[in-house]
Design a binder for this molecule. Sequence first.
Ligand code: HPA
Length: 263
Amino acid sequence: MMLDDIRARIGDAPIALGMILGSGLGQMAGEMEDATSIPFDQIEGMPQSGVSGHAGALVVGNLEGVRCAILSGRVHYYEQGHAAAMRPALELLAALGAQSVLLTNSAGSTREGMPPGSLMALNDHINYSGLNPLIGDGGDERFVGMVDAYAPDLLARLRDAAQAEGITLHQGVYAWFSGPSFETPAEIRMIRTMGADAVGMSTVPETILARRIGLKVAAISCITNFGAGMTTTNNSHAETLEESAKARGAFIQLVRAYIRSFA
Ligand code: HPA
């Protein structure tokens, strides 16, 4: 399916914002009204995700009276060794009229005061992977400025939404490790010293791509665990899914209030 076919399916009304939902957070796509869902495998150029908890569909519909497009399920660098895997998906959001994108993820915390179940708005990131989704991109526009990559006005909307809902929203720096293995305790100590508050395997390449495409970015981490070595247990994907499920209620409440600010 190409852009015109997608428009024929979802209608011409521009979407107000796009979203990418992380591990265990895809449920919101099912809550949209007047929704049209198009599986990624029916859309030209879309990569396929094989991670449990990532469904893989473009869902367009209304949430809180605002027309939204959700990319339910993302493709990670570690799946295909391709940092720009989400580029077609983000370009599609922009082509459908989105001015901004809300990126969500599950992440580990490096801060004792930010335990599992916490929500953190990203105010910056550290690209610790050494990878960049724009490698091989042409033209001077590849030299994307990354000051205020997480748009201050969108961050303020998130903060206001959290306050209105009585939800505690931390703010901090997210460090990208490629995964899929989790970090070592030494890596967590290092990244904490370097200024990271949370660590995860996604979002950063999407932020870089979004800025290249001209989409503004807001991002939220759902903290599912403490970083490696901070507790006596080891990390696992089961833990990520279990803990993100627990935080889902507050997460959806926050995202809904954020969306309402666009109405
Ligand atoms: N590290 C990396 N990615 C993650 C983590 C983590 O501790 N938790 C959830 N996603």
